[in-house]
Design a protein around this ligand. Sequence first.
Ligand code: GAF
Length: 394
Amino acid sequence: MKEKLIQNTKDAFRFVFETEPERIFLAPGRINIIGEHVDYSDGFVLPAAIDKHICFAVRKTDDAEITFFAKDFNDTFSFNVNEKQSPVSKIWANYLLGVFNAIQEIGKEVGGLQIAFSSNIPMGSGLSSSAALECGFAFLLNEIFSLNLDKKELAVIGQKSEHTFVGVKCGIMDQFASVFGKEHQVIMLDCNSLEHQYFEANLEGYSLVLFDSCVKHTHLTSGYNDRRKDVDRGKKVLGERFPEVEKFRDFSIEMLDELKDEMGEISYKRCRYLLDEIERVQKAAEALAKGDVSSLGNLLIETHNGLSTEFEVSCDELDFMVEKTLQENGVAGARIMGGGFGGCSINLIKDKNVDLVIETIANQYKKAFDIEMKVYRVKISDGINEYNRNEIIV
Ligand code: GAF
């Protein structure tokens, strides 16, 4: 799969630039086992990079132009590295320009490049193709121009691009997972300090399978930024009443309850979900460490319910999919994954039941919504890296 993507990206590069790419970089998408929407609220998350990537084929030039060919959009975009950049009307270009801008702001200099890129991360499916694009570009600039940025800085640059040039006030989880992913390991990330540790994904005869509802979303137009505003309102009220509490995760449910009327029903519900979810992540990490799939599955179900009813980021299609999946034999847990408003569910299914569950849910989903569900059996993989030059297929 990776080889085909690399081959296609190289071919696109040759076709557009009429020369050979010098270097190849791969930036993965991510799954998240649990810890949804808590990354902008001092929470913990449990994401992992997956074996779906954006591939960048790159060649250095002698001039000051960076030229992109986005194979999947059959579109190009160039800019001059000596000029200050602002957001443009071409949305995909803003993810990249924002990275350049963030790098320029910290006084780092880069030169001309020709870049073709292509992806097998489905877009708008909650697998973070945006973070892969941002961080993949930041990573390759860092490597090619020896910018000496560390991995955390690269993740933060990706996030900053999304905030300033794309307009989505995302947390750090997606960028962090794409940069820090490790084969077979999930990342327990403290989104407040960015301290993290790796866990063996010990699933004891179960697989993580993604069901794509094919309900597409972009966080620019979904309610993502609105959810943040709801939460910020709640945090403000909490902070004013309890100034001694430094991190959101240290507020208790009792403190929240006390301020329910003051912050209003909506902010209360959002904050309540977040405090519960932050606690669930701790329990999930313990369950994962023990290989206790049943407890982990139950936590996923609780998360889905919270995302659907309190945080209100699910949709009919995903609620249906999760409900039906949970009725099948061999399913330990299921939930909507990522920012929500469409995209994928993540399902914890006994290996021997996987095929039957897929067939059943695909049929039921087609019947109910007349949509063909897609299925991704992802593997937990390494984070962004340069593809070994000796391995590149010519
Ligand atoms: C999106 C965001 F980009 C992440 O930062 C995170 O908030 C996620 O939604 C929800 O957990 O993917």
